[in-house]
Design a protein around this ligand. Sequence first.
Ligand SMILES: [Zn+2]
Length: 226
Amino acid sequence: MDEYESNLPPIPSHLQKADRAISTLVAKKPLTLETARGRRKLAPPFAQARYDTALHESAHLVAACACYDSCIYSVVVEPTGKGAPRYPGTAPAVLGTTGSAELYCDQEAFVSLAGYYWSKSFGGEINAEGDLHRAKRELRWGKMPEDDLVVHTSANAFVIDHEPLIRAAAGAVVALAASNGELTGPKLHQLVAWIRRRVTRLESRFDHSRARQARDYVRRLGMGKF
Ligand SMILES: [Zn+2]
């Protein structure tokens, strides 16, 4: 049994069946170069690209799941240059996207950086510079540059700590995605619930610290609690 399958929090009975189904899927269909070929039986170079993309997007996905207030609405793993759709806001070379929205800007940066640090630590032919730029933009909103290092460090540590879960989720993404490479709707929601049960929850760091500062300030002014 993998480490992420032990000491799990309880779940409501109506979700147990879906949770077990994903566990079975993960055990039976791990991500390999063969499963990455998909229904279209891609040639090896494309299968390798799809394999790398699935892992990279899974790093974003698992990181987004760690932010409990996030909304995750799509994961796309699209393998080929030929006929591949261009998604709004992405360069043609981008082979996958993970659509999620986090509540706090440091969490947004964290989710972007999870992809960046995954590719840095575990390789693959993914250009993750876009993730780095997005993270920088989000961190600028936070206006607390001394905390940027905390977000970078936690994203890097997160992908290393969660490597088995990220690999497991990548297998599930490839197995559950439609033939156009998209994973959305109930299947995605079930996978998200499965990951959330196994991931280490990440609290927003600097927005919470700012909220605390604001509370302390208000108390000092004698305006009571809020
Ligand atoms: Zn990315």
